[in-house]
Design a protein around this ligand. Structure first.
Ligand code: CA
Ligand code: CA
Length: 734
């Protein structure tokens, strides 16, 4: 009792201490109190028991109040920790009781004492050994895939020496691979003839259950996103929070949820996204791509967190701050019910520093350039051996590339907290291939966006894509290929004739379109190649792409300035969006464009990943509703929503031919045509009123005398020249 009082007083005196210490102190208080109480009961000292209980009545509410009033302690984490401490204390008492009983038995039988002690020790140690957890990835698997090989990665103390057997029908252990670290084991199974069910693995004689599941669909039935879709990209931490309970979790490495800091976590989650599925329908997009949602359990470092998700520490687990794997599945199912496809962001170039592979490297060649890790002592503090990528992607294609440049692109690390994976290690590659198949099968995602594509080894990524294409021939994957030249981007698309290695990647990202569109926005379209001429010139190079319709275009994303930068030029924005949504591409929007979110990266990356107004419980307005938006935001929302709904299922856009006209008198015109139907996108790229001579466009207009403006639904007379207002955008249907 006295001890608990002393510990508690120490706590009160230091209530500003870091959270782990505060919780640790709380544990000591509870432990010492319960022990005292227990001893008093044991010795039948009623007076002490009464005093103890009164004492507890006084300090326990106070203790709760002190802890819960801390900004970094949530009710959930407090309840979780309290339950843990009480359970641990009860277990400790039970053990104490058992030990006491044993001593009593032993004292009656002196002769058998050594035997009993040995039995006790053997029992305890065998239990400890038996209960030493072995983690297996993938956590479960599917029968009926075209590739019958299953790689199991076992993690556990000294598991590297283990023998592995199974007598599950149709399953054969093909090989067992022991790595440099004794704490990993790779088991390759052939499950070609296996049926779904619970397979029993015997690892060093210990039985481990492993689920082999039935697939919900055949691979051919999984249809990826196409140019009929419009992707809406969002940052889960910044979009909407469905609950505050997951904002500040004690179970994760030290971090702070603070909406006032653009570099820290803000508390958005999958539930928040789920609650807004109707909103996406109202807007008219057809697919959702989130920045990664895998566990990113790195602590905040120097005021920065990994809220963006690009430093995964577990390839099989959704970050609990976003929700659970079940929450992700539920979101995906409900998105499908809303007619929305789901695209998952993956990262195979690197993982997060807190991934178990870093503290205990499976094999020396698991990562590229691992030398400096040996001196890093568990912290990503670069030393002389650290190798930093140049962020230059051109060496991968440059005929004249130097070895050092190529090395810096593909083997050096993205940042010190993101170790670079060596996909040339066949075990690493197999792990990654299985990981993407597992998410497709388990969650039902409709596509993958692969981060930092050219930073990973090209031949390995090609094999990854081949494996995905083999299992899912109608699927789609888009790779981030950030160089603003069409000739570069095209060289990453499947079946291109520019590279020796076929990348097998169906969709690439059109950074050229983004780059030219941003430049054009601030310029007058003239006869000297400026303004919208830049878009015309960029699309000229579509002959490089084996499939231009499978190129993803965008005007902004989470890594770029917002299209509006720090301004609000809605005329330029409409022109950019009108083109984006009518050229032969897969368009991608970035969340908030519909409500004119702006910002540049100059202040911070977080400045282009702002919270969606209304997504968080304490927001002063709700821009998800008409009432919560300003007049300008509503105007943009209505315009874009009309365009997106018109685009849905539109065969002229999905399948039509494309004709473009060199900007004339500052006016840029493109035409899409399919089965006698024509859509014209007409942009006045100047800041003055301009007349469009209709006769110049006779080849696409034909004998039509009238057209319909697809946004307002009104009729436009095209029998005579059309007068366009400064920066006017027209989308006409003939
Ligand atoms: Ca939340
Ligand atoms: Ca790399």
């Amino acid at each position: 009792m006295t001890a608990s009082a002393v510990v508690w007083l120490v706590y009160v005196d230091n209530c500003h201490m870091p959270k782990p210490f505060a919780y640790g102190t709380m544990a000591l208080v509870i432990l010492s109190f319960m022990s005292g109480l227990f001893v008093s009961v044991e010795r039948k000292k009623t007076r002490d028991v009464v005093i103890g209980l009164l004492w507890a009545l006084l300090w326990f509410p106070w203790l709760c109040y002190e802890l819960l009033s801390r900004p970094d302690v949530s009710v959930q984490s407090f309840a979780y920790t309290s339950a843990l401490v009480v359970t641990a204390t009860v277990v400790a008492m039970v053990i104490w009781f058992m030990a006491k009983e044993l001593r009593r038995v032993l004292s009656k039988s002196e002769k058998s004492k050594p035997v009993l002690i040995l039995c006790l020790l053997a029992g305890v140690s065998s239990n400890v050994i038996a209960s030493a957890p072995i983690r297996i990835e993938p956590t479960d698997w599917y029968v009926g895939l075209k590739n019958p090989t299953l790689q199991l990665m076992l993690y556990g103390k000294d598991v590297g020496d283990a023998t592995v057997r199974t007598d599950y029908p149709g399953v054969r252990v093909d090989s067992i691979v022991r790595l440099d670290s004794p704490n990993y084991l790779l088991v390759y199974l052939n499950i070609a003839d296996a049926q779904a069910g619970e397979m029993m693995l015997r690892v060093n004689g210990k039985r481990i259950r492993y689920q082999l599941k039935q697939r919900e669909k055949r691979g051919e039935e999984r249809i990826g996103f196409t140019c009929s879709d419009v992707l809406y990209q969002l940052v889960p931490d910044r979009f909407a929070s469905g609950t505050v309970e997951n904002d500040q979790l004690i179970t994760m490495n030290r971090y702070q949820c603070d909406r006032s800091n653009p570099n820290l976590r803000h508390g958005g989650d999958l539930e928040g996204i789920r609650q807004h599925l109707d909103y996406f329908n109202e807007l008219g997009v057809t697919a959702l791509w989130f920045t990664p949602v895998l566990e990113n359990n790195s602590p905040d470092r120097d005021g920065y967190s990994t809220y963006h998700g690009y430093a995964p520490t577990n390839y099989y687990q959704i970050d609990p701050r976003f929700g659970s794997n079940d929450d992700y599945r539920r979101l995906c199912d409900e998105a499908h019910e809303h007619g929305l496809k789901m695209v998952m962001d993956m990262i195979f170039n690197h993982c997060g520093f807190e991934h178990p592979w870093v503290a205990d490297i499976p094999s020396r060649d698991w990562f590229n350039c691992p030398e400096w890790l040996e001196d890093a002592k568990g912290e990503p503090t670069p030393n002389a051996k650290y190798q930093q990528t140049s962020y230059q992607l051109t060496p991968v294609r440059d005929l004249y590339a130097s070895e050092i440049d190529l090395h810096e692109t593909t083997k050096s690390w993205f940042v010190p907290t993101m170790p670079d994976l060596n996909q040339h290690n066949p075990h690493v590659l197999r792990y990654l291939i299985q990981n993407s198949i597992w998410w497709i099968e388990t969650i039902g995602i409709d596509g993958i966006r692969m981060d930092t594509y050219p930073y990973a080894f090209e031949d390995a990524m090609s094999r990854w894509m081949q494996a995905i294409n083999e299992e899912y021939p109608n699927y789609n994957v888009v790779g981030e290929t950030w160089v603003t030249e069409p000739a570069y981007t095209a060289s990453w698309q499947k079946d291109n004739r520019l590279t020796k290695v076929n990348p097998h990647l169906p969709t690439v990202m059109d950074f050229a379109f983004y780059d030219r569109m941003v430049q054009a926005a601030g310029e007058d379209t003239n006869d000297y190649g400026r303004g919208l001429n830049r878009i015309y010139n960029s699309l000229v190079y579509d002959y490089l792409y084996p499939n231009p319709r499978s190129v993803m275009a965008f005007i902004e994303n989470h890594d770029t300035d917002r299209f509006l930068a720090d301004g609000c030029d809605t005329l330029a924005l409409r022109q950019a969006l009108a083109l984006l949504l009518t050229i032969p591409r897969i368009p991608q929007l970035y969340y908030g464009v519909e409500i004119l979110l702006n910002g540049t990266k100059e202040k911070s990356d977080g400045n282009v990943r702002q919270d969606f107004p209304g997504g968080f419980w304490d927001d002063s307005r709700n821009a998800f509703t008409t009432e919560g938006r300003t007049a300008a935001e509503n105007s943009m929302f209505r315009w874009l929503s009309r365009l997106l709904h018109w685009r849905q299922g539109n065969e002229v856009i999905a399948k039509g031919s494309m004709t473009q006209f060199i900007p004339h008198r500052g006016i840029y015109v493109i035409a899409r045509q399919y089965t006698g139907k024509t859509v014209l996108t007409i942009l006045n790229g100047t800041n003055h009123v301009t007349t469009m001579p209709v006769s110049r466009y006779r080849e696409v207009i034909g004998q039509h005398r009238q057209a319909t403006d697809i946004v307002c639904g009104c009729t436009v007379d095209i029998s005579k020249d059309i007068q366009l207002q400064p920066r006017e955008t027209l989308i006409l249907e003939l």
